[in-house]
Design a protein around this ligand. Structure first.
Ligand code: FAD
Ligand code: SF4
Length: 806
């Protein structure tokens, strides 16, 4: 039997995983792949962190490969685990958690660390770097309590962080040591224009300032500069550069200069050890942008898979600032010198500046401000060192208005011109995939070619190419929001087909409805499973293999691979007997952390997979569904039973609601709350459904969300009795179940359908009755998954048995 080679990757970031993606395409069955990542997340797009900080994306949106992707490709993933030793003699790596794995081939892709200036006071609370999801979350959290941020560093990263703070409602100063910002990418004219534009957005610049000290007791209070001046700060972000993460390689005796030294095939000085990404140094250069790292990855993948490849000979880089309303592009060389000449346009009225730098008649660089649409074309000319002898010089900087309509500039491009610089995808590749696979949307092109998957800057070019390739068909079909790239159908069409054709299995839906990918993907399979259950609650046999891992396991998987157990605690109310039971079980199974959740329940964290079913049995309490797209908690205040202000029994009402709807599957998680008076101590205003007692009745608030995108719920009905609260809640939840898109929270759903529409539905007695009838059917079939697992040896064996590795 042929044994697979063992490939271990240290670093679960952009370069390492991109290389693995290539390897999977080139040699899908050649390797047993293991990936280690210090961060507690699957592989995500670091470039897009600035969009998360600016509030334009959520953390989930920037995940490139979900946990399911690793599972599907048989990759063993260790997140939250750092490799601390490489033994190149025994070919074994060891992690901080004691995991040891042997390798045949090893890739080091450990990226960089954000560089922290060693200033006095740099260790104070509130002084951070900007590199990871964790940093981003810290900044977003801090913005809730503090008002004044200072960013040290006026480069790309610093400016994007500063823009994020403005969006988070903070005042922000950018401190920079030079007298012009982004001086490594922009000439003085562009830098000045950029500064003015950002100032008009509310950013304040302190240029020519050298920070001497960070002020404050425990927490930062301000900065002191070498000229004696000071500035106040509640939060300081250092965005002053990066240093390659090379210690591991140094300790292993691999040659390291500034980065890990690699040759043109990304080989290090030690046999079978390769390095790619920001941690690597190639021909004396370490790259800090994604496009070159992906170019390196493509070569490395071929090398490792044993496919012939040209060597990697270095990259020409370009930069784009990801700040809304500001278009800046810089590629290649940009500073005029004695032997350079420039072609320039400067239009102070429109705020447009374009400069192309030429040496010996060859284009060597460009800076664009205000209109960056020529960036990709110019970048190609820079890469090709295009000789412009014979060109009409002004035509090199065409005014976009002179182009003959949308899409015309892509028509002029040659097939090998790069459209997506981040992922190195050419016009020719995109056009042929569009034609061969009949693609009709940017999303599909993205999935088939990876173009526009990173910074997204080339989306409009991809869109132009679609228009150019398929003509009039484009606009019409691009409007359609298909469920995923496996199908051309929208959610509504799928639900209609399930009903009309009487479909009853996930695979049947995919085969009857002509799925393009017969296995489906992690987006469509859970959605189809949900829709089938929603349409036919009585007949449908849930397909657990089409569920995400948390739902399959009925426990939340945590970053270290352990699980959490959250027993249901109706309305947040408990009693001494249950508390004792929980304490006994926690003690017996050495639960490392016991926590009260925001939803008023007890979270037993750090549970081993093999202990889950025994704990559930001994707890003998229902599952709290803390892991599911389902009804989760109903938070309550103390209400009239104890509170001086309470006008109603909020605890009783909350318990009733939770008992009625527990285990109900919904398009996304549903959190509810009941408050005993308008003081609203249970925070009913930011719940998917919030119930508030008022004089003589109850108000129902819909679509509230306390998450990343805070949303206040809208009043959708006022009722008199407790029975009516239940009736309206039934109708509301069932309507959401039937019309919500899988994964869509009520906050998005209410906005999509409109508050008035929800109010009208709830006010219509006949509709309410129909919805409640269907809800009764849905509720009648629900079972407690913990009980089922405790009773079934098969479930225990299939899901919870741990097989020791030999
Ligand atoms: C906010 C921000 C915005 C950016 N914007 C852009 C942009 O617009 N355009 C662009 O081209 N680039 C941009 N970049 C840079 C780009 O993100 C990086 O160049 C790229 O992510 C580097 O990829 P990498 O795989 O080398 O490193 P990373 O993506 O950082 O991955 C390295 C991973 O290795 C892990 N690791 C390190 N040591 C160990 C260990 N011992 N064991 C296990 N795991 C380990 C780390 O936790 C990390 O997850 C931006 C970066 C940031 C921070
Ligand atoms: S919401 Fe009203 S009833 Fe409930 S605890 Fe607060 S003040 Fe008391």
């Amino acid at each position: 039997m042929s044994q697979k080679e063992k490939l271990v990757v240290i670093g679960n970031g952009m370069a390492g995983v991109n290389t693995v993606e290539h390897i999977l395409k080139l040699a899908p069955n050649q390797f047993d792949i293991t990936i280690f990542g210090s961060e507690p997340h699957p592989n995500y797009n670091r470039i897009l962190l600035s969009y998360v900080l600016a509030g334009d994306s959520k953390v989930d949106d920037i995940v490139i490969n979900s946990y399911e992707w690793y599972e599907e490709h048989g990759i063993s993933l260790y997140t939250g685990e750092t490799i601390t030793e490489i033994n190149s003699e025994t070919k074994i790596v060891t992690s901080d958690k004691g995991t040891t794995i042997s390798y045949d081939k090893l890739i080091i892709s450990t990226g960089s660390n954000a560089f922290m200036l060693p200033l006095p006071g740099a260790d104070k609370e509130g002084v951070i770097a900007y590199r990871t999801i964790q940093d981003c979350e810290y900044m977003m959290e801090a913005a809730k309590n503090y008002k004044k941020a200072v960013v040290i560093g006026g480069g790309l990263l610093g400016l994007e962080a500063a823009r994020g703070f403005l969006n988070l409602g903070m005042k922000v100063d950018v401190v920079h040591i030079c007298d012009s910002i982004m001086e490594r990418q922009l000439d003085r004219t562009a830098s000045k224009m950029l500064q003015e534009k950002l100032e008009s957005q509310g950013m304040n610049f302190l240029l020519n300032k050298q920070t001497e000290k960070i002020l404050g007791k425990d927490r930062v209070k301000g900065l002191k500069f070498s000229d004696g001046s000071k500035v106040d700060a509640d939060l300081v972000v250092m965005a002053v550069g990066i240093s390659p993460n090379v210690q591991l390689a140094v300790d292993a005796g691999i040659e390291v200069k500034r980065g890990i030294v690699v040759n043109d095939f990304l080989e290090t000085s030690v046999k079978d050890i390769f390095s790619v990404g920001e941690c690597a140094e190639h021909r004396g250069i370490g790259y800090g942008l994604v496009a070159p790292l992906f170019e390196q990855g493509a070569v490395l993948a071929k090398k490792i898979a044993g496919v012939d490849t040209n060597p990697y000979e270095g990259s020409v880089v370009y930069t784009k600032l990801k700040v809304s309303g500001v278009d800046v592009f810089s590629g290649g060389e940009f500073i005029d010198g004695d032997n350079t000449k420039a072609i320039k346009i400067e239009d102070e009225f429109s705020g447009i500046y374009k400069k192309v730098l030429v040496r010996e008649n060859k284009i060597i660089g460009a800076v664009l401000f205000g209109d960056t649409s020529d960036g990709t074309r110019l970048m190609q000319m820079i890469r090709n060192e295009t000789d412009i002898t014979g060109y009409e010089k002004a035509a090199i900087l065409k005014d976009p208005d002179e182009n003959s309509g949308k899409g015309s500039s892509v028509a002029d491009m040659s097939d090998d011109e790069i459209i997506c610089g981040c992922n190195g995808v050419s016009k020719g590749t995109i056009c042929s995939v569009i034609k061969e696979q009949g693609l009709t949307s940017v999303e599909e092109v993205k999935n088939c070619t990876t173009a526009s998957r990173s910074c997204g800057g080339c989306k409009s070019l991809v869109s132009d190419l679609l228009e150019y390739t398929i003509g009039d068909e484009f606009d019409k079909s691009a409007q359609k929001e298909t469920m995923c790239e496996c199908t051309d159908l929208e959610k509504e069409e799928i639900v209609v087909q399930i009903k009309e054709k009487g479909l009853s299995h996930v695979r049947e839906v995919m085969s009857v409805l002509d799925w393009k990918n017969e296995e489906g993907c992690s987006k469509c399979r859970p959605a189809i499973n949900y829709y089938l259950g929603m349409v036919n609650p009585k007949q449908y046999q849930d397909d657990s293999t089409s569920r995400f891992v948390n739902e399959r396991m009925h426990a939340n998987i945590q970053k270290d691979g352990t699980y959490s157990v959250v027993p249901r605690m109706y309305g947040g109310v408990t009693n001494p007997a249950d508390l004792k039971k929980i304490a006994t079980v926690a003690e017996k199974y050495n639960v490392p952390k016991v926590k009260i959740t925001g939803g008023q329940r007890i979270d037993l964290l750090g549970v081993k997979k093999e202990d889950l079913t025994n704990m559930w049995e001994e707890l003998d309490m229902p599952s709290g569904y803390a892991y599911g797209k389902a009804v989760r908690t109903v938070k309550t205040c103390v209400g009239e039973e104890f509170c001086r202000f309470g006008t109603a029994d909020s605890m009783g009402m909350g318990i009733q609601i939770e008992k009625r709807f527990e285990r109900l599957n919904t398009p996304a998680k549903v959190k509810m709350a009941v408050s005993g008076c308008p003081r609203n101590c249970a925070e009913s205003g930011i719940k998917d459904l919030g119930v508030v007692a008022i004089d003589g009745g109850w108000e129902l608030y819909a679509g509230g969300n306390g998450g990343v995108k805070l949303r206040k719920g809208d009043l959708v009905a006022t009722v008199k009795t407790e029975a009516e609260v239940i009736e309206y809640t039934e109708a509301y939840l069932q309507y959401y179940r039937e019309t919500g898109v899988y994964g869509e929270r009520t906050s998005e759903w209410v906005e999509r359908l409109g508050v008035q529409h929800i109010q009208d539905i709830l006010a219509d007695e006949a509709k309410r009755e129909e919805l409640c009838g269907r809800m009764d059917t849905a509720l009648s079939v629900l079972k407690d998954p913990w009980k089922e697992a405790v009773k079934s040896e098969k479930i225990q064996k299939d899901l919870y048995e741990v097989i020791e590795a030999k």
